[in-house]
Design a binder for this molecule. Structure first.
Ligand code: PGA
Length: 249
């Protein structure tokens, strides 16, 4: 049985005051699921210090080792702070910052090599889905990662399926659509290593809310979620975490 994992992705949101209020409200210590909060780099120390019942993640990391890369953040620095996780290849990184499948794979490999747990994101755009290319796009994204990391190594983290058309749009993929893609992702990984594929946690992300989380999290291949907008309210994020626990029962 895979333990559910719910991760907040605050994206480029927050302030010291807003984060303090969030951290004062959220308490995950009694939750029977794993909780991660991925905050902007500059707020990581605040979250690491104040988060009760969860681990802290970054939203990105450099593919490079420390050195002459102005403005970048190395995985070593994240670990040095006590940050345990990092989102890798979020669609906003792919779309707005030109991160290729190969760069993302390099970041995932670098994170794993350092002992930082990657949440590797994959997903298709609306145009790709409408052109019937969903699986081909996701396969290419996964294959790039599998060229550098084994499924066993990926077990340290998770893979998140985030259809681009469902992120921040209020349009959630239907539970059946999500299950279909998750099953295909697991099958792809199983071609390399069946045992690891069976254990790897696959998260869904894209307009998850307290109201729709249960039907998503009860799909057989959905092991939790990556939560953007709804994670900005501690109460909503907590409700989604509780739903993940309930879905596991
Ligand atoms: P959303 O974002 O929940 O606001 O759709 C999810 C994500 O991008 O991780």
């Amino acid at each position: 049985m895979r333990r559910k994992l719910v991760s907040a992705n605050w994206k480029m949101n927050g302030s010291r005051a807003a984060n303090a209020a969030w951290l004062a409200e959220f308490d995950g210590r009694d939750l029977a699921c794993d909780v991660v909060v991925c905050a902007p780099y500059v707020y990581l120390p605040q979250v690491i210090e104040g988060l009760r019942g969860g681990e802290t993640g970054a939203q990105n990391l450099s593919a490079e080792a420390p050195g002459a890369f102005t403005g970048e953040i190395a995985g070593e620095m994240l670990l040095d702070l006590g940050c345990r996780w990092a989102i890798v290849g979020h669609s906003e990184r792919r779309a707005f910052y030109g991160e290729s499948n190969d760069v993302i794979a390099a970041k995932a490999a670098r994170a794993i090599g350092l002992g930082l747990r990657p949440i590797v994101c994959v997903g298709e755009t609306l145009a790709e889905r409408e052109a019937g290319r969903t699986q081909a796009v996701i396969d290419a994204q996964l294959d790039a990662v599998l060229a550098r990391c084994t499924p066993t190594q990926l077990l340290a983290g998770a893979v998140a399926y985030e259809p681009v058309w469902a992120i921040g749009t209020g349009k959630t993929a239907s539970p059946a659509q999500v299950q279909e893609v998750h099953a295909a992702i697991r099958a792809r990984l199983a071609r390399v290593n069946g045992a690891a594929a069976a254990q790897l946690r696959l998260l869904y992300g894209g307009s998850v809310k307290p109201a729709n989380a249960f039907e998503l999290f009860t799909q057989p291949d959905v092991d939790g979620g990556l939560i953007g907008g709804a994670s900005l309210q501690a109460r909503d994020f907590r409700a989604i975490c509780e739903t993940a626990c309930e879905a596991a029962r």
